[in-house]
Design a protein around this ligand. Structure first.
Ligand SMILES: CC(C)(CNC(=O)c1ccc(Oc2ccccc2)cc1)c1ccc2c(N)nc(N)nc2n1
Length: 318
């Protein structure tokens, strides 16, 4: 039984975190059914990290409140190259012209906090107002790319974005249209609506995914920069967005912004900008925070999408 659980969790790690599956979906499904049969005949041996335990029956009447020891902060925004370069200038004045920055995708989803104790997932929460969120643990467990147990028995609170891939969003809206239901306006709204369902069985059908990008880490984790965090997370079993880039100059940062603005429509998920962060954690602490956002990070926001429908020329009658 333990072997089957470990095998299935390993297959899921390869598929969702490393993006390098070593077995076919059929073999995964076959192994999963074997585990289901074994658990049916020995229910007393069912493990909490078994993939069969992801979709609970429990219906949430409402979501309990969760208070964060460390607030989930927001980001300052800039909307032009000039503003972005001014921000980078300000940081380089503090730490010199070759300060390291990490550039990341700003996923258009909803922020979540995942609390792991001794490596087991014990709580999932929405961001809420940054200090108080909602407990959505039962729904979070239905997301296959979120591990129920880390590769190491760590005590860590990791944070990132739950999102609905563009393809899943289109399919969901087709189904809702066919069923005469209201459609979702965009993937962000459908992800938010899906993860805040009272019934986890509904969440489980919505094909949600996650990218993790920050967290409250144990001091002995040996993670001293954002780049180290983003390379450590996959080793722990946590999915990160692979498009991040370590940069050392304004030119490199702007090249990355231009590159992403070219490819963003080909991405499998919606983004609404790029997040640029000072890489070194000690430098981050030196810069500190404003009331609601770090001074060591900024979001460069893409211009809002051109309205799809073209306004026909209006014939003015004189
Ligand atoms: C940088 C940070 C704001 C996360 N960091 C925090 O929330 C955070 C929170 C308390 C911290 O430490 C404190 C502890 C106690 C008091 C105050 C701060 C440090 C960072 C952020 C926010 C949104 C992001 C997004 N949508 N996409 C990407 N790619 N990155 C993002 N990064």
């Amino acid at each position: 039984m333990v072997e089957l659980v470990d095998q299935l969790n390993h297959y899921a790690h390869e598929y969702y975190v490393l993006d390098q599956p070593s077995v076919s979906d059929d073999l995964y499904d076959k192994t999963y059914r074997q585990l289901e049969e074994l658990e049916a005949s020995h229910p007393e041996l069912i493990q909490s990290d078994s993939p069969t335990q992801r979709v609970g029956d429990v219906l949430n009447e409402k979501f309990d409140k969760v208070h964060f020891d460390h607030p989930m902060l927001s980001l300052g925004d800039v909307f032009s190259q000039e503003e972005l370069m001014t921000w980078v200038d300000g940081v380089q004045k503090e730490f010199g012209p070759d300060t390291e920055f990490v550039c990341e995708m700003k996923i258009d989803g909803l922020s979540v906090s995942l609390l792991y104790q001794d490596g087991s997932l014990v709580r999932g929460a929405t961001r809420g107002d940054g200090n108080t969120g909602e407990n959505i643990t039962n729904n979070i467990k239905t997301i296959s790319s979120i591990p129920l147990r880390l590769q190491e028995p760590l005590n860590v609170e990791v944070r990132g974005e739950i999102y609905m891939p563009k393809a899943s969003f289109a399919k969901l809206n087709e189904e809702r249209e066919a069923a005469g239901l209201a459609t979702f306006a965009n993937p962000r709204n459908s992800a938010a609506g899906s993860v805040r369902q009272l019934d986890p069985k509904v969440t489980a059908k919505r094909n949600l995914n996650v990218f993790l990008y920050t967290g409250v880490l144990p001091a002995d984790a040996g993670v001293n920069s954002q780049a180290e965090l983003l390379t450590s997370y996959p080793q722990w079993g946590l999915r990160v967005n692979p498009e991040f880039k370590l940069t050392h100059s304004k030119e490199e940062i702007w090249d990355y912004v231009e590159h992403v603005s070219q490819v963003r429509h080909d991405l499998a998920y919606d983004i609404d900008g790029i997040v640029i962060k000072v890489n070194d954690f000690d430098q981050q602490e030196e810069l500190g925070y404003t009331v609601k956002a770090p001074r060591w990070a900024i979001a460069y926001k893409f211009p809002a999408e051109q309205a799809k429908t073209t306004i026909r020329d209006i014939e003015w009658t004189v």
